[in-house]
Design a protein around this ligand. Sequence first.
Ligand code: SAM
Length: 263
Amino acid sequence: MNYVVESYENYKEEDRLTTNKSRQVEFITTVRAFNEVFPASGKLLDCGAGTGIYSFYYGDMGYEVTALDITPRHINIINQELKNKGYHMDALVNDATDLSLFDDETFDVVLCMGPLYHLTDRVLREKCLAECIRVLKKGGLLAVSYISRFYMFPHIASSDKKYLNMSFGKKLIDTGVINHEDPDCFWTDSYYYSPDEIENDFNKFNIKIVDHLAADGISPLLRDKVNSMNDEEYKIWCDYHYAVCREKSILGASNHGLIIGRK
Ligand SMILES: C[S@@+](CC[C@H](N)C(=O)[O-])C[C@H]1O[C@@H](n2cnc3c(N)ncnc32)[C@H](O)[C@@H]1O
C-alpha cells in the first residue's frame, strides 16, 4: 500500500492553499517569485500538481501545461475542472520519480512542488530531481518546493504536546525523515530538507540557482492572527513577507522553501 497516496486520498488538497489568508501566503509569494523569472509562455510540466492550483494558473495564462500526480483523486479533480476551461491540458496519474513518458528536453519549465515532501529515500529524491532535469530544455527553469526541517517541530509540538518530546525533535534534526510507522508520525512518510541541503543538490546537478525563498514563512504558525487581518492589513503582511523572504534566517524558519534554478 502506498501510504502517501492513501493520506492524500483522504485529504482535501483543493482547500489547502485557498481557504484562508494564512494558507494563501504560499501561493501569492510563489507566483510573485515565478513571474519575476518565468517566460511569458511555453511548455510547463507540473509534477505533483495536486488539484492543479499552479497548472490552472499557468494554463489560464496560455502555457501548454502537463499536470501529473501520484494521487488519482487529484487528477480526477483536475480533469473535472478542465471541462470548464476552453483549453487542453494533459493530466495524468504518474510517479515523479519516473518520467519515462516524456522525451529529454521537452519542457521550458518544470515544477516539482510536492513529490520531494514524501521521498524519504535519498536515492529516490535524486532520481526525482534527475528526471525533472532530464525532461527540462537546456536553459529551462526548474522550481522545487520543500518543507523546511527546522519549521516542523515548533509547528507540531506547539499544536499537540504529545509531540513535545526530544526524540521526535532529534529525529527531525538528524535525519529529516518521518515514516508512517513511527510512533510520532503526525502525517505520512515525509522528508524535511534544510536550505543548504537543497542548494547542494542543485549544485550537484549543475542547476544554476536563480532564486531561493521562504514561500510562506511563519504565517501558518500565526494562522489565527493572519486570518483575522482585513484586506489592507493582509496586503501589508504579504508585501512585508515578500520583502524579507530571501533572508537566510527567514528561509530556514519557513514552513515551505522554494528554490528555482536554470539548466
Ligand atoms: C502538498 S501537495 C502540493 C500540490 C501543489 N504542487 C502545490 O504546491 O500546492 C503534494 C502533492 O504531491 C503529490 N505527490 C507526492 N509524491 C508524489 C510522487 N512521487 N509523484 C507524483 N506526485 C506526488 C501528492 O499526491 C500531492 O498532490
